[in-house]
Design a protein around this ligand. Structure first.
Ligand SMILES: [Zn+2]
Ligand SMILES: [Zn+2]
Length: 155
């Protein structure tokens, strides 16, 4: 099948990001996650997300970047706009908030960049933490999918 889709590259190390449709893990395709096999970072894009819940959540998060957020030295892998950073938390069922995580968002399109270290703060790696980036990205995508079931809070 001719995809005609452009490649996107990791804003941290320049490696080609593995698009959701090339991933064998459903968590990536449902949530529109492009991941980096080098650093385990993840790029989320609402338009690439199959899951309506996820697309809605990303749309909500995007509103937090259109007028606010601190500009950072990171170009959006989709549209090359300068990205911005904000802190988010997720609200657990008992009303408490998770640790805040830093998410880089694009003010122009619904793209978000998550460094693997940010999600690891919510889900410390098992064992000695020396998982290869590919496995790490798989684990983090599952964490993210669980988080997306919860209300997101802008800090
Ligand atoms: Zn990377
Ligand atoms: Zn963008």
């Amino acid at each position: 099948m001719e995809s005609g889709k452009e490649d996107h590259f990791c804003p941290r190390d320049g490696a080609r990001l593995v698009p959701p449709e090339e991933s064998d893990r459903s968590a990536f395709t449902r949530n529109g996650i492009f991941h980096c096999d080098t650093c385990a970072g993840m790029l989320l894009n609402a338009e690439a997300a199959e899951s309506v819940i996820c697309a809605e959540k990303l749309g909500q998060m995007h509103e937090g970047f259109t007028d606010e957020g601190t500009p950072i030295a990171l170009d959006c892998p989709f549209c090359e706009a300068q990205m911005r950073v904000r802190n988010f938390a997720f609200q657990r069922l008992d009303g408490s908030l998770t640790e805040p995580i830093e998410i880089d968002g694009c003010p122009d399109c619904t793209s978000f960049w998550l460094d693997s270290g940010e999600l690891q703060r919510l889900s410390p790696p098992e064992g000695n933490g020396a998982r290869p980036a590919r496995m790490e990205a798989n684990a983090l995508a599952v964490v993210l999918e669980i988080l997306f079931q919860l209300p997101v809070v802008l800090l």
